[in-house]
Design a protein around this ligand. Structure first.
Ligand code: PRP
Ligand code: URA
Ligand code: MG
Length: 211
């Protein structure tokens, strides 16, 4: 099931923190803190292949050619609400990034993504966009978000999630084969309500304490 465009981040710190998040009795505060921490660790992985260029600098001792991140500017694109949970952790490592807020909710009956807000930099053509949402279930939300970003010109998009269902990976891979995925785990399946099993429940509600 795992194809070459899916990267599973199996770092022990990520796996340990994810297990804590899955626990039914984890507090809202704990859930939020862990999502933020994992966001930082995933940011490290998703940026691993960003190109570097050698630039002239001077240390206190000597001039040198030193590597710095080259070219395209970064945009972080959280899918509201739950994707916001990754944002502070990602921004800790990429403090100059622009932000694109993508407001989508999943209609519980049709499971289609419903758009309610979209605010992004005007032109994303020359930006690397890191799209983020903890949950990839049916894939409808991630697919809709990627379409909105592409309509703004984005050509270099990476998708970061915490948990992915095989169904969501397949759907996203079919609609957006050009977008690689980073996830901390691929779970077993979706249940009758399209929740991820074993999963962690409703990420947005757990993060914001709305249930
Ligand atoms: O892959 P899908 O089947 O589309 O499901 C995943 C989406 O569902 C959740 O959002 P939800 O609609 O619960 O909104 P929320 O983050 O505001 O709670 C989750 O955060 C994803 O955005
Ligand atoms: O398991 C799931 C599926 C969709 N959205 C969630 O928050 N959790
Ligand atoms: Mg939710």
């Amino acid at each position: 099931m795992t194809s070459s465009h899916v990267h599973v981040v199996d770092h022990p710190l990520v796996q340990h923190k994810l297990s804590l998040m899955r626990e039914r009795d984890r507090s809202t505060k704990g859930f939020r803190e862990l999502l933020n921490e994992i966001g930082m660790l995933l940011a490290y992985e998703v940026t691993r292949d960003l190109p570097l260029e050698l630039v002239d600098i001077e240390t206190p001792i000597a001039p040198m050619k030193a590597p710095k991140i080259a070219g395209k500017k970064l945009t972080l694109a959280p899918i509201l609400r739950a994707g916001v949970g990754f944002l502070d952790g990602m921004l800790a490592l990429m403090p100059s990034a622009r932000i694109a807020h993508i407001g989508l909710y999943r209609d519980p009956t049709t499971l289609q993504a419903v758009e309610y807000y979209f605010k992004a930099p005007q032109d994303l053509t020359d930006r690397t966009v890191i799209l983020m949402d903890p949950m990839l279930a049916t894939g409808n939300s991630a697919c809709a978000a990627a379409e909105l970003l592409k309509a703004r010109g984005a050509r270099d998009i990476r998708f970061v999630c915490l948990l992915a269902a095989p169904e969501g990976i397949a759907q996203f891979g079919k609609e957006h084969p050009d977008i690689p995925i980073w996830t901390a785990a691929i779970d077993e399946k979706l249940n009758d309500h399209a929740y991820i099993v074993p999963g962690l429940g409703d990420a947005g509600d757990r993060m914001f304490g709305t249930k």
